[in-house]
Structure formats: structure tokens, C-alpha cells
Design a protein around this ligand. Structure first.
Ligand SMILES: *[C@@H]1O[C@H](CO)[C@@H](O)[C@H](O)[C@H]1NC(C)=O
Ligand SMILES: *[C@@H]1O[C@H](CO)[C@@H](O)[C@H](O)[C@H]1NC(C)=O
Length: 311
């Protein structure tokens, strides 16, 4: 009776021991497996350049079964170390894998074009017995750069107190369309009721942004308040960018003029602007124009007055 009980205990003990060993083995197996899978895909690549995408992982003691790469869900490359050769390319429209520069941790694409902008995935699978598989995704943007420099045009080179001001900045076609920002004396100009900024993209031609400021514009008001004498200049910049790959600017220096209509400021007479004194003949029209607030006409007026005095 005591003997059978002792045997039963040993049987139970053995069973427990085997279970314990099996469990720890299993735990160890799961512990030593695919870890820290990371994907590295360039955020932006210029059209026509090669792109190298990589996938890093730690298999610890497990063996690698395969690494697969997908573009928009379609497999285009596979690496299986047990096969000879271990690299495979699958036909996916637009993708040309450079097999000489591809292995188990990276894949190189030859001459990428804009159609290859999208999501890339790397899938790593462990070998038997567990076949652990992990997947990571990243986005790549292929960029077509503008073929010409950005250009800025302005409606006037000198802004008076009551002037409307308009500038236009354009940049040739790009993919994706460029971002345009406006900067005055180092500070970004934001949209408001008195500072209108529009932005338009014409496919297959260009991207254009216009900045329109009326006399109540915060930026102009601020600058006019800060003017020490009667004139000052502002630096207007149009900054064109495409992700972190392309940054160009177009610049214009604009004269700011307080030009008070009641004083004959010598500063105004130094202005390089060419007035046509013949345009003003009638005194009634002259007085009317003084109040019209247009600085260019004011200059013409002062130039003619100056000429009259000089004579
Ligand atoms: C334009 O700017 C936005 C906002 O900063 C940014 O998300 C986007 O990627 C930019 N586009 C380009 C083409 O640079
Ligand atoms: C004033 O200017 C207008 C054009 O702006 C012209 O038609 C008119 O004849 C001028 N008046 C006088 C008195 O010269």
C-alpha cells in the first residue's frame, strides 16, 4: 500500500518535472526570437535617383527564414537565406531592384519615379519551429524638382501710407507641388483680413502664391510705426520648399514712405522714381490727386513742384 503511494508520487513528480522543463524551453524559445524590428525608408528621394530601404532586426538565437518587401501591398523582393541564390525580385510596375545592392537587411531600388511614392513594408519571418513574423511600414515620397528658379513680382517698389501692395511668387511645376511662404524682414506673414494670401497649383505648369496687403495690414502698420524718418525699406522674401529636399527664395527690397502730403519732404525728391511733370497740368486735378493717397502720383506732384520752385 505504502509502496504504490510512493510510486504514484514519483510518477506525479516526473510528470511535473517534464512539464516544467517543457514550459521553460518554450519560454526560452519565445524569449530568443525576432526582436526590435525597425524599418528605414528615405522620407524623400529625388526622381531618377536610387533609393536604399533597410530593415533591421535582432533574431537572437533564432534562424532567419525570410525577409519580404512590399510596395503598396505587393511583394517586390524576397530574401531567403536557405535558397541559392537567396534573392528574388517580383515584377511590380515601376520597381527595378538592384540585386547587387540588396540582401537580408536592405533593398536598393534603381532610378525611382514619382509613381513609387507610397507605403513600403518589410516583413521578417523566423525559421522553424516558431515562424515568428513581424511587419513594419514606412512612407517614401519621390520628388520632381522645379526646373527653374522661383520668381517674384511686385506691383510697386515703394509703399506709401495709404497704398495697397501686391506681390506674386511663382515656381515651376514640381511633384508634389511646392509650399510657398511669405516673409517680411525675417518674419512670416500670416493670412488675415488685411493680408490676403492665395495659393494655387496648376498641374503641369506652376504653383503661384499672391500676397495682398491693404493699408490696414498688421505688418505694414507695424513697419510704418517703426519708421524713424520718412522712409525705410522692407525685405520681402518668398520662400519655396518641397519637404526637406528643396529650399529656394526670391527677394525684393521695397521702399516704405510716410510721404505726408502737407510737407515737402526732401526724402521724396531723392526717390529714384521718374515722374512725368507734363502729366499734371490743371490745378484742380492736382488738389484732387493730393488726397487720392497714391504715393506714386504724390512723387510726380512733388517732383513737378520742385521743378517749379527750382525754376
Ligand atoms: C507643405 O507644408 C505642410 C505643412 O507644414 C507639410 O505638411 C507638407 O509636407 C509640405 N509640403 C511640401 C511639398 O513640402
Ligand atoms: C482732370 O483729369 C481728368 C482725367 O483724370 C480729365 O478728363 C479732366 O479733363 C481734367 N480736368 C481738368 C480741369 O484738367
Amino acid at each position: 500500500m505504502a509502496l504504490t503511494r510512493k510510486r504514484k508520487f514519483y510518477e506525479w513528480f516526473n510528470l511535473m518535472a517534464i512539464t516544467w522543463i517543457f514550459m521553460t524551453e518554450l519560454l526560452l524559445l519565445t524569449a530568443y526570437c525576432l526582436k526590435d524590428l525597425k524599418i528605414f525608408v528615405p522620407e524623400a528621394v529625388i526622381n531618377g535617383n536610387a533609393a536604399t530601404l533597410s530593415c533591421q532586426y535582432d533574431l537572437e538565437q533564432a534562424a532567419l527564414y525570410s525577409v519580404r518587401w512590399y510596395f503598396q501591398g505587393e511583394e517586390f523582393y524576397r530574401f531567403v537565406p536557405k535558397e541559392s541564390p537567396p534573392t528574388f525580385e517580383f515584377p511590380v510596375s515601376g520597381i527595378h531592384v538592384d540585386l547587387t545592392k540588396s540582401d537580408g537587411t536592405q533593398v536598393t531600388l534603381r532610378a525611382v519615379n514619382r509613381m513609387l511614392s507610397g507605403n513600403y513594408q518589410c516583413e521578417v519571418s523566423e525559421d522553424a519551429p516558431l515562424f515568428h513574423t513581424e511587419l513594419r511600414t514606412a512612407h517614401m515620397q519621390v520628388i520632381e524638382l522645379p526646373q527653374t528658379e522661383p520668381v517674384m513680382s511686385v506691383n510697386k517698389k515703394m509703399i506709401g501710407l495709404n497704398d495697397e501692395f501686391k506681390a506674386e511668387c511663382s515656381v515651376a511645376e514640381s511633384f508634389p507641388p511646392a509650399n510657398i511662404t511669405w516673409i517680411i524682414n525675417g518674419r512670416r506673414v500670416y493670412k488675415s483680413r488685411h493680408q490676403r494670401i492665395s495659393y494655387e497649383t496648376y498641374s503641369a505648369s506652376s504653383t503661384i502664391s499672391t500676397l495682398e496687403m491693404d493699408p490696414h495690414s498688421q505688418v505694414l502698420q507695424g513697419l510704418f510705426h517703426a519708421i524713424p524718418k520718412y522712409t525705410s525699406t522692407l525685405t520681402l522674401l518668398c520662400e519655396v520648399s518641397i519637404l526637406h529636399v528643396y529650399h529656394k527664395t526670391a527677394t525684393q527690397r521695397i521702399l516704405l514712405s510716410m510721404s505726408p502730403p502737407t510737407t515737402n519732404s526732401p526724402n521724396l525728391l531723392e526717390s529714384k522714381r521718374n515722374g512725368d511733370p507734363d502729366a499734371l497740368t490743371s490745378s484742380t486735378n492736382r488738389t484732387h490727386l493730393i488726397y487720392s493717397g497714391s504715393s506714386s502720383i504724390l512723387i510726380i506732384l512733388f517732383v513737378s513742384l520742385y521743378k517749379m520752385i527750382a525754376l
